[in-house]
Design a protein around this ligand. Sequence first.
Ligand SMILES: *[C@@H]1O[C@H](CO)[C@@H](O)[C@H](O)[C@H]1NC(C)=O
Ligand SMILES: *[C@@H]1O[C@H](CO)[C@@H](O)[C@H](O)[C@H]1NC(C)=O
Length: 287
Amino acid sequence: MVMTFVFSLLLLLVGPAICGGTFSDLFQPYWAPQNVAVDDDADQTKLSLDASSGCGFESKKKYLFGLASMQIKLVEGDSAGTVTAFYMSSDGPNHDELDFEFLGNVSGEPYLVQTNVYVNGTGNREQRHTLWFDPTQDFHTYSLFWNRRCVLFLVDGIPIRAFVSKEVSGIPYPRSQPMGVRASVWNADDWATQGGRVKTDWSHAPFVSTFRSFQIDACDLLEDGSGTEVVTRCTESGQFWWDKPEFDGLDRHRNRQLRRVQRKHLVYDYCRDKLRFSDQLPRECVA
Ligand SMILES: *[C@@H]1O[C@H](CO)[C@@H](O)[C@H](O)[C@H]1NC(C)=O
Ligand SMILES: *[C@@H]1O[C@H](CO)[C@@H](O)[C@H](O)[C@H]1NC(C)=O
């Protein structure tokens, strides 16, 4: 079981791009295309934030379960006030969303990785981690794994967060809304860096993050794909590798990795924020 999981992920994360594609095969800009620099030949797409705008790209298709992965090299030097995001999101008011948000910092100070899960329009499920490397010096692989039982946030194949379904206890879990895969760079200096105390220094613009090695191995909706029969195709059990029992959760090895990361790198967990949730912690934290 351990081997299968490790093997599958290795294949997907470091192997040849068996389910990858060029940027243009998979994605298109959705915000400020003038700030999205695509170079398919070099397998490299750069997103720039300047005083006029941030920018972003999204997958051409929507997906229901699977794995989405890309390598990112984050804004170097002074990145204070900026956020680089890699996420999946559905559309509409009661949307589901799975977020990686990389919170920039002044030169020499560490980035934080914020993750969040929205279900049916409600988020407020933030965790924050430090990283065990400088994410501005090299490309690293960030992945979102998603099936009916759990969502995993992975950094270089190591789980940093598991959001496990507790639907049996009546707690909402994202499993019926297809999501697009997206990335963006934007100004968030009202909150991102040191609690919003440090603002974006526009004299250091443009702020550029680079993306490559795009891989999406997920059940895609055909055509416009909102029809229920298409959703059924993706949710029918047993069809895809991520439906197999060994992907229902973390095996012992991955559980150990996760616990180690949580011990060493977790700096904020909404489930422990009694000040913020003074009345009552969110239900999934206590169930
Ligand atoms: C989603 O939220 C809306 C209200 O915003 C509610 O009416 C609906 O029942 C919720 N759906 C699920 C599946 O929880
Ligand atoms: C930025 O650096 C400061 C000082 O080291 C640290 O407290 C903070 O967590 C870092 N990250 C962000 C996003 O503010």
